[in-house]
Design a protein around this ligand. Structure first.
Ligand code: BGC
Length: 502
């Protein structure tokens, strides 16, 4: 058996057929329903207390910070009130050791420090004026005298939100693991570090990145149609959508603060990364199984572990390694025949990233999917540059392409499952007729939708295989990238919160 045959056999394990997809959609709808009725279900369906989406006329200067994956971003956003905005931002990679720090103070102290640096750099005048007041009248009086920056805190982890700027961390995801933060109010943790530095900043809103994306898309999207869903397909994956208040029956039993009921709607953060944690319908392969077992949170975020950027590279790494051990059909085993001067033996460096957990970045899958050169030269170069595999053959590269595509395609089809379920469950019966304006608007963000070639097309192909959506419905679903969505969205929610305080 050739290595290519072997690879085909493995790739087939990642096929996710229409029948399974449709079964998945039904299960998702039923788990959505459960989550609206009670707490502690697999789909958390977290009420956000955000009850209105913006219409583009909002104005003002706001700060936003974003913690949720690889980087921490601080930005200030000037909303112009005509659906446009200007954004100034800085970004730092979060040191790995802070993601798994002993105490949350280490992480939140670092975040506050970045806010201070940002203010010094980009809002020097305001910051200096505040410093001078502080020197003349003392820290407390200065804070009372200065106009505080209202800050929207995008915190992209599952949080039990109990008010617009209050929420306790339910669990960490995406490789973060700081025990003492679980159960604490993350706004308080950030505010107390901001106060320790005496910064003129008030944490006015707590926002999940999907909620920010939904708000930002609603602010900028064309036409009158409000946005239904904000979704992230990046390091992690999740979606937030507009739900009828009357359907969120668990609100009655929850200890939540007062909120405006006039719109009859509320944005719900599904936390779909944990869809089907008990594995009733999700596809499974030995590679998924091992990845989960060796992760910091086994049995949790089972959907996310098959869909999002943090995990796809790791699945591929495991598959590749498995194909390098079979002596009969071994990947990367080309021997120098000596017949051709240019020919040389394929080697894997001892310290190759292939041997390290999380060693393969999902960006590698995007590069692989994009290479359509006849001899797959880009894949072979990337194997050598990033993964220490020298002189891989074209057949090796074909194998990599086959496997990476299978993993990427399954992720896109699962993504379609979640989006379709929400479109159907909210009664947006897109498969039936409707006028020109009858679109369902969806805002998305994240490295997979942005950079993985054909990700949206694969999602759309899957939509067409779902009878409640079909060919006609697929055309009615409008998907737009909400670039910097979480920053702008957090600013918009800080604005709403500040208005409510007045
Ligand atoms: C988190 C979500 C977040 C998503 C995308 C997931 O791991 O649980 O809260 O929205 O990642 O960043």
């Amino acid at each position: 058996m050739s290595v290519l045959d072997d690879a085909q056999r493995v790739a087939a394990k990642f096929e996710y057929r229409a029948e399974e997809l449709n079964k998945g959609v039904k299960a998702f709808i039923s788990q959505m329903h459960e989550g609206l009725q009670e707490t502690g279900t697999t789909l958390s369906q977290i009420p956000t207390y955000v009850t209105a989406v913006p219409n583009g006329t909002e104005k003002g200067l706001y700060l936003a910070v974003d913690l949720g994956g690889t980087n921490f971003r601080v930005c200030s956003i000037q909303l112009h009130g005509n659906t446009t905005f200007s954004l100034t931002q800085s970004k730092v990679a979060i040191p790995r050791e802070l993601m798994v720090a002993e105490t949350s103070k280490e992480l939140f102290g670092f975040l506050a420090k970045q806010i201070e640096i940002f203010l010094q750099t980009h809002h020097g005048e305001h910051y200096q004026a505040h410093l001078e007041k502080r020197n003349t009248m003392g820290a407390h009086a200065a804070l009372a005298e200065t106009e505080l920056f209202q800050l929207g805190f995008t915190f992209s982890f599952p949080v039990n939100q109990i008010g617009i700027n209050r929420g306790t961390l339910l669990r960490w995801t995406k490789g973060f693991d700081i025990n003492d933060a679980v159960g604490k109010d993350v706004c308080e943790l950030l505010q107390s570090e901001i106060d320790a530095l005496h910064l003129p900043v008030y944490v006015a809103a707590l926002v999940n990145d999907t909620v920010g994306t939904l708000m930002a898309r609603s602010y900028t999207s064309p036409g009158k149609t409000g946005t239904l869903l904000g979704a992230i397909f990046g390091t992690g994956t999740n979606g937030a959508y507009v739900e009828k208040l009357s359907k969120i029956t668990k609100l009655k039993t929850m200890q939540g603060s007062d909120y405006d009921k006039s719109t009859g709607e509320m944005i719900v953060n599904t936390e779909w990364g944990s869809f089907d944690n008990h594995m009733t319908v999700l596809p499974n392969t030995p590679y998924d199984w091992d990845l989960d077992n060796e992760s910091v949170n086994p049995g949790i975020q089972m959907f996310e572990k098959r869909v999002s950027g943090m995990f796809l590279g790791e699945i591929l790494r495991r598959v590749i390694l498995a194909l390098t051990v079979n002596p009969q059909s071994r990947l990367f085993s080309d021997k120098d025949s000596g017949e051709n001067e240019l020919h040389s033996t394929t080697t894997i460096a001892g310290d190759s990233a292939l041997y390290k957990q999380w060693g393969v970045d999902t960006a590698f899958l995007s590069i692989v999917a994009a290479d359509s050169t006849p001899d797959l030269g880009v894949i072979r170069q990337t194997l050598s540059r990033d993964l220490g595999v020298d002189a891989a053959t074209t057949e090796d590269a074909e194998v990599i392409k086959l496997l990476a595509n299978a993993i990427g395609r399954r992720a896109a089809r699962l993504s379609a499952l979640a989006i379709a379920a929400i479109v159907i469950a909210t009664g947006n019966n897109v498969s039936r007729g409707g006028g020109e304006d009858d679109v369902v608007d969806i805002g998305v963000d994240g490295s997979l939708v942005e950079f993985y070639p054909g990700f949206e097309n694969m999602i759309r192909e899957a939509f067409r295989e779902i009878p409640e959506i079909g060919e006609a419905g697929e055309k009615r679903i409008r998907i737009g990238i909400a670039k910097d969505g979480s920053g702008v969205g957090a600013a918009l929610i800080a604005l709403v919160a500040a208005q409510a305080e007045k």
